[in-house]
Design a binder for this molecule. Structure first.
Ligand SMILES: [Zn+2]
Length: 199
């Protein structure tokens, strides 16, 4: 059973003026981490949706402003997003063949702007296989928090993988269409963008 789950690891402690107790209390600062989970076991991190301060006396949690550093390292980036989608698309019709794996490696290298080893690609594919999570579902659940520009970028990268040379991908093109719809990208916007790429 695949779903989404949340964990709240403690990342800091301190004291604050508790809005409920109306006096100085100690708190635990907790990061709200979101995961794709299987049978309620968190498997793939999909970013954070902020932090809370929990009063250690009344146990009530209050929204906290995130520390800038932890926000930067825990939020899903457009790269994470595009990578996850690419791997899921590659896996969509079973175990990807060598050509698709090579293409995935090339596209990931372009995305990361540095060489990506075949071991890294194999590990990503293994991680994707263990979730059996559909690319469409992933796109739908992560659309919030990803900018429109980044969403279009992800779809363009996926298109590149789907059009992997020497491979017929009719189902892949349908999937691409579903993903762009899930991400709220109009077919007009997508088509003009893909048209630009081909010239
Ligand atoms: Zn309190």
């Amino acid at each position: 059973m695949i779903g989404l789950s949340t964990t709240k690891p403690v990342i800091d402690t301190g004291s604050f003026d508790c809005p409920k107790c109306h006096q100085q209390r100690s708190y635990q600062r907790k990061l709200i981490k979101n995961w794709i989970s299987i049978y309620f076991i968190p498997i793939i991190p999909i970013g954070s949706s902020g932090e809370v301060l929990q009063c250690t006396k009344c146990k009530i949690e209050f929204p906290a402003k995130s520390a800038p550093q932890s926000q930067a390292s825990d939020s899903p980036t457009s790269e994470d997003f595009a990578e996850a989608l690419l791997v899921l698309v590659a896996l969509d019709r079973g175990t990807p063949n060598r050509k698709v794996v090579a293409k995935l490696q090339q596209v990931l290298s372009e995305l990361r702007e540095q060489p990506v080893s075949s071991e890294t690609v194999a590990a990503l594919i293994l991680q994707g296989q263990s979730t059996r999570y559909s690319a469409f579902e992933y796109a739908r659940t992560t659309r919030a928090g990803i900018s429109r520009e980044d969403r279009i970028r992800a779809v363009v990268l996926i298109d590149e993988l789907v059009r992997c040379p020497g491979e017929a991908h009719p189902a892949g093109l349908d999937l691409l269409d579903s993903i762009s719809k899930a991400l709220g990208i109009s077919s007009t916007a997508l088509n003009s963008l893909l048209g630009d790429l081909e010239t």
